[in-house]
Design a protein around this ligand. Structure first.
Ligand code: ZN
Ligand code: ZN
Length: 820
């Protein structure tokens, strides 16, 4: 193609692509999907070529592409198509969608190699016999011979030394005699220096006395709330900080640092791993047969594998992948959290490793170098199975045949920042583009998914019993109202739960205790005036962290010292209310002094390593009790857990969100599934103040269908998904008067549309009326037809542009998971 202009998507929050001229010298190299370096305003940016155009828009001065970064386009045509779909559907700037898809740009030099292909080898061998074939010139023939002598690979750029020009290079490539591969050469290093914010200790007290400089504050936010501990080079880049600043902050004990081995093979969680049995039971066999029948069709389809916890869904996934690989296709398996990528990744490797060598793992906790390496392995066709979290749906695989979404109901599949896409929904869109099969797996499918399966839109496959016919755990309710009357309860641990744990300790089995808030107390109240201590930036109570000796906001990360007097009325009657995980751990240590106890939440598991260490210790039997947040509820297979206690099942029920019941039911059912996975029978105790609620009742019976029917009735009455589509629109600004003005203006745009086809609620103060200093007003759009919403919202964006309402003030969330 020799067009002289192309549209480039840039990572800026603007909803357009930009036209650039392609210099003569680059015309044969630039392709859709290539990364290019371009001048933009006063900087250079890396963008992606979306398409060629015949002319530049009139009246603009078109600048030239400065450099092409890829010889082989980074993104495949399918991914470009997917990106523009996402940009349209989720109303996201296309450049930001590409940013989510691209591999990290590391400081490492990407290496491009010229490789001799098998037919190139053949050709060069016949050449040495003195024959010129394929219409090659003498120089080209000599080059092939030299390439063969150099073990079939030289760095790109060296060809001119070997007497070959670029057009000949392209000719050889076109003839299939050579290939050009891009690979990132990682510097060999044994360890990686990791920097963390120092949460506790005498040093931080002293340091807290003097306020942080702007740079230091930036580093704190990065390390403490945005990203967690980071490798030094990454920190330097993200914070735009100097080495000497970091050194000084280390000396001042604001930071701490340690060395971590780079080798990901060293995985402490390995200790608890037992390879799966390679025998399928009759139900698994039947499900696999259903999947195979779909493969035969070779067309797009969606299947739901509904299997109770412990029914062996993973086994079915692995077999399905195996069959897909045998058909010469590739597969993606999405899991809801990072820890599961390790577990599933390991199983994939043990299954396919020997024969296919090709399993790649992609998730956000990898360092940039690791992630880029894995990404390019996929792009170069070295890996044919990708295991990863949400963004792995953008893995640059070609010829995709199967996309599995494990625990499809998990909210972690929804990205809560631009582009606000849902990984499961994108899995379906991508499968459609690739004529592939999407297999959704769950013990507690989302209302939407199960509804589609019942309506026949998806095909339903069921696993109704656990492997080896293990019984589901018995689930009992502890009515906290009764408990309070008997004991005037002061502990978060009821007498029944206490007795249960005692029994575990006596019989040398293990207990999991779950609470869904972290910190020590989640509210600080004044007994005199009733005021609670709120975050200065958000309309949210501050959480007390006892060990760190301060209050923290879990939404924006701001911190405050613990007040001695009420900030409102100066009374000294301050009290702490509502137990969090830190409190629960302290209480357990007090009640069971001999027991080996650990806590797992975002405060204790700040790195992948810490997380794995704790889980590994528990799986290996070095701990008796593991207490933590819902992190514990997902997927892990602990063989010796006989008791699971849920300290307060209610806190998720009382949220002002139509999905509250669904979430509570899912969480409790998942948790119940953690008990009794080995030979030992399991028991679950759920403490609640609302034992009558159907979400709790049905979770006790582990009766998904009963819950589904009752919840579906509620959704139909209230016109919520799956019966309508929703869009959540937030207007926000630091200045209250602007937020009010703009939401009024937007309301003028929306109001003529309010009627049969769309219901428009709002503007009203958002449930989180203030967040990170911004005032927030909310519109809720409901329509039976999703396309109506998309059209209305793109109209709203155009309207805001016309009224000069900044794009950053408008947040549009299609199919929102949370209405906060
Ligand atoms: Zn007060
Ligand atoms: Zn806050």
């Amino acid at each position: 193609m020799t067009c002289s202009f192309c549209n480039v998507a840039l990572p800026v929050p603007l909803r357009t692509a930009f036209t650039y001229a392609v210099p003569e010298s680059m015309r044969s190299v630039v392709q859709p999907g290539s990364r290019v370096l371009v001048p933009f305003r006063k900087q250079s940016l890396v963008g992606v070529v979306v398409e060629f155009v015949n002319a530049a828009p009139e009246g603009t001065k078109v600048r030239e592409i400065a450099r092409v970064l890829d010889f082989v386009p980074t993104l495949t045509p399918k991914l470009i198509e997917l990106a523009s779909w996402i940009a349209n559907y989720y109303l996201a700037p296309v450049g930001e969608v590409f940013r989510a898809m691209l591999p990290p740009l590391t400081e490492l030099k990407s290496q491009r190699q010229i490789l001799l292909t098998p037919s190139g080898r053949e050709a060069s061998e016949s050449l040495s016999g003195g024959e010129l074939s394929h219409g090659l010139t003498g120089a080209e023939a000599t080059f092939l011979t030299k390439l063969k002598e150099k073990k079939g690979a030289v760095l790109l750029g060296l060809q001119s030394k070997l007497g070959l020009d670029v057009s000949s290079l392209q000719k050889l490539q076109r003839l299939g005699l050579i290939e050009i591969h891009e690979s990132l050469q990682a510097i060999r290093r044994e360890t990686l220096r990791v920097i963390a914010w120092k949460g506790t200790g005498a040093g931080s007290e002293a340091a807290a006395a003097k306020p942080l400089a702007e740079k230091e504050e930036k580093i704190r936010t990065l390390l403490e709330t945005e990203r967690g501990p980071l490798p030094l080079p990454q920190l330097l880049r993200l914070a735009n900080a100097t080495r000497s600043l970091i050194d000084r902050m280390l000396r001042d004990a604001l930071l701490e640092s340690w060395e971590e081995p780079l080798d990901p093979a060293e995985d402490p969680f390995d200790t608890g791993y037992t390879p799966p049995a390679h025998e399928l039971n009759a139900e698994q066999e039947a499900a696999l047969k259903g999947i195979r029948a779909r493969f035969e069709l070779g067309a797009f389809g969606v299947q739901l594998l509904h299997g109770v916890t412990g029914s062996g869904k993973t086994e079915v996934y692995l077999r399905a992948i195996q069959e897909m690989l045998a058909r010469g296709k590739t597969a993606i398996i999405l899991v809801p959290e990072i820890a599961l990528t390790l577990w599933i990744g390991r199983q994939c490797r043990s299954w396919f490793g020997a024969r296919f060598e090709g399993v790649a793992v992609l998730h956000s906790a990898l360092s940039d170098v690791e992630r880029a390496r894995e990404w390019w392995r996929v792009r170069n066709g070295e890996a044919r199975v990708v295991v990863g979290t949400r963004s792995a749906i953008f893995a640059p695989l070609e010829n995709v045949g199967l996309i599995i979404v494990d625990e499809e109901q998990e909210s972690s599949y929804k990205q809560e920042e631009t582009p606000r896409y849902h990984g499961r929904d994108i899995a379906i869109v991508r499968a459609k583009m690739e004529s592939a099969l999407t297999l959704l797996g769950s013990a507690t499918p989302s209302m939407e998914t199960y509804h589609h399966a019942r309506e026949g839109k998806y095909e339903l496959l069921t696993l109704a019993s656990r492997v080896a016919d293990r019984a589901l755990a018995s689930v009992e309710i502890v009515d906290l109202r009764e408990e309070f009357q008997h004991t005037h309860l002061t502990s978060p641990i009821s007498s029944k739960l206490h007795a249960g744990i005692q029994e575990c300790l006596y019989s040398k089995t293990q207990a999991l205790v779950l609470i869904n808030r972290r910190g020590y107390s989640w509210s600080v109240l004044c007994r005199s005036c009733g005021a609670s201590v709120q975050c200065v930036n958000c309309s949210i109570s501050m959480t007390h962290h006892k060990q760190r000796n301060r209050l923290e906001c879990h939404y924006c990360g701001s911190i405050q010292p613990i007040p001695k007097l009420c900030p409102k009325c100066q009374s000294k009657y301050i009290y702490f209310f509502g137990e969090g995980s830190e409190h629960l751990e302290e209480r357990l240590r007090k009640e069971f002094p001999g027991a080996r106890i650990a806590r797992l939440d975002r405060d204790t598991a700040r790195t992948k390593r810490q997380y794995q260490e704790t889980l590994g210790a528990f799986a290996g039997g070095a701990l008796d009790i593991l207490v933590g947040t819902q992190m514990l509820a997902k997927g892990h297979d602990f063989q010796r857990v006989t008791l699971v206690g849920v300290v307060s099942a209610d806190s998720s029920l009382s949220l002002p969100d139509f999905r509250a019941a669904e979430r509570t039911f899912q969480l409790l059912t998942q948790v119940a599934g953690r008990a009794g996975r080995g030979e030992l029978p399991g028991r679950v105790l759920i403490q609640t103040f609302y034992p009558e609620h159907y979400a709790i009742q049905d979770a006790v019976k582990q009766d998904y269908l009963s819950f589904f029917e009752r919840e579906l009735h509620f959704r139909r009455m209230m016109a919520y998904p799956p019966f309508t589509s929703l869009a959540n629109v937030i207007v926000r600004d630091v200045r209250l008067e602007k937020a009010i003005l703009w939401s009024r203006q937007l309301s003028q745009y929306f109001s003529p549309y309010d009627g049969e086809r769309v219901r428009i609620l709002g503007p009203a103060a958002a449930p989180l009326a203030r967040l990170k200093r911004e005032h927030r007003f909310q519109f809720l759009l409901k329509s039976p037809k999703r396309s109506v919403l998309t059209k209305l919202l793109s109209g709203a964006i155009a309207y805001c542009d016309a009224k000069e309402i900044p794009q950053s003030a408008l947040l549009a969330d299609m199919d929102p998971l949370s209405l906060l």
